[in-house]
Design a protein around this ligand. Structure first.
Ligand code: ATP
Ligand code: MG
Length: 423
């Protein structure tokens, strides 16, 4: 039997994992520095969480969820995104009674049954953060500045930020009436998805990527021109906050997040090598979410970022090139006694935080040297019985080929003092 990966999934192999760790560690550090706490929620939740929390009318719920009954007959779904589970936890764990706001971040896998293509998988990774309990535009600015810090720490300055406001239920309802009026004599020429959305979620018609739908939407009224006073001043506050941090953005009145619970600010970070998978990160305000899941009315704002798409961007900018880790010291040993001695030294170095290598296959000295070379070790320390007796060994600086005598004792002492510079 030939075993293969399920369609739309992938293995991340050790060389690639170095880049993944770099990205995750950078995100972790930026979130911690910004006062966010990490949260882990289950990979699966009861299906009704996503029906309500993501929204019945969205593509995710209608087409993309991995839903199954467990042996006890409960309907479960693999999380298609992170926000709903985090909001469920916020409510269930009583986080509304903690000092507000509550700032959380996560690094998760998510699952969607999609047409697999570059940048679009069925299991993929998201980094996300949410702020609950802060209604003002400063929270929107804080979330966006977190992302801005993250990208600049990664050395990525090629993503452009696009922002919009999709209003609140009050102004959006009135706007939906206008939209429906506009589309009523155009909807016949639009795609099947749009025909379906016309009644349930007309806002989505604006961002349909189908050519005839784009043409039909050219003169559609925009939410941005129809905001109520409060939503308009919130949006001005967000723009002013971004300006004061020198964060560049463009207002794109056609960004709509497909999710029912989104309100006011929506934003995306888009790759300049635009393709259909150009959106690296999407976020926005969701003042209606917690309440729609049965919690008390709590404003929220957050984002989620697709790690695979971020990697496409990092790789195309040569920021991640799949570098290998190289050992600091490779111990080449001659004989059992020397092996035991070097192993002790090697263990101590590893505890002190130094990457060391030793042979595990009983190789000859020549083969050990070859292995050290192949692994690009910085230093090779040759240890045999004589060296132990004389408490002296030769260390080879691989880059230059230079040989130096070092005292084994002193190496050991230096390790204990945590001075890892060997030569
Ligand atoms: P798209 O329009 O590309 O389908 P989306 O609006 O469905 O994106 P979100 O639900 O906002 O995406 O998810 C946030 C981010 O997660 C996206 O911006 C993207 O980077 C990433 N993402 C979403 N779906 C996938 C997928 N199937 N494979 C890889 N990354 C994904
Ligand atoms: Mg999608």
């Amino acid at each position: 039997m030939k075993v293969t990966l399920p369609k739309g999934t992938k293995d991340i192999l050790p060389d690639e994992m170095i880049g993944w760790r770099f990205v995750e560690n950078t995100f972790y550090q930026i979130c911690i520095n910004s006062g966010y706490g990490e949260i882990r929620t289950p990979v699966f939740e009861y299906t009704n969480l996503f029906n309500r929390g993501v929204g019945d009318t969205t593509d995710i719920v209608q087409k993309e969820m991995y839903t199954f009954n467990d042996k006890g007959g409960r309907s479960l779904t693999l999380r298609p995104e992170g926000t709903a589970g985090v909001a469920r936890s916020f409510i269930e764990k009583g986080m509304a009674s903690l000092p507000q706001p509550v700032k959380l971040f996560y690094m998760i896998t998510a699952y969607r049954y999609e047409n697999v293509q570059k940048g679009r998988y069925r299991e993929f990774n998201q980094l996300g953060a949410e702020i609950f309990g802060a209604a003002g535009p400063v929270a929107d600015v804080e979330v966006i500045s977190l992302l801005n810090n993250f990208f600049s720490k990664l050395g990525l300055d090629k993503l452009s930020l696009e922002i919009n406001s999709i209003g609140c239920p009050g102004c959006r309802n009135a706007y939906n009436v206008k939209l429906k009026e506009y589309y009523s004599d155009r909807i016949d020429g639009m795609c099947a998805d749009c025909k379906r959305r016309f009644d349930t979620n007309p806002l989505r018609l604006i961002d349909c990527k189908n050519e005839s739908c784009i043409a039909a939407s050219l003169d559609a009224p925009l939410m941005l021109d129809n905001l109520c006073g409060e939503c308009a001043s919130h949006f001005s506050g967000v723009k002013a906050g971004l300006d004061s941090l020198d964060i560049k953005y463009t207002v794109n009145p056609r960004i709509v997040r497909g999710l029912d619970y989104y309100t006011k600010t929506v934003f995306e970070f888009v790759s300049e090598n635009v393709g259909t998978q150009g959106t690296v990160c999407g976020g926005g305000r969701y003042d209606g979410l917690v309440e729609s899941l049965g919690g008390s009315g709590t404003p929220g704002i957050g984002f989620s970022l697709g790690v695979e798409r971020l990697f496409m961007e990092l790789e195309s900018n040569n920021i991640i090139t799949g570098d290998k880790l190289v050992p600091e010291i490779y111990f080449v040993t001659i004989g059992e006694k020397a092996y035991a001695y070097a192993r002790k030294l090697s263990c101590a170095l590893r505890r002190a935080g130094v990457y060391t290598e030793m042979d595990l296959l009983g190789r000859s000295v020549k083969a050990q040297m070859k292995d050290a070379d192949r692994k690009n070790a910085r230093y090779v320390l040759v240890v045999g019985d004589d060296e132990i007796r004389q408490n002296k060994a030769q260390i080879k600086i691989m880059e230059t080929g230079e040989l130096k005598d070092v005292s084994l004792d002193s190496i050991y002492k230096r390790i204990l003092e945590k001075k890892v510079q060997v030569v």
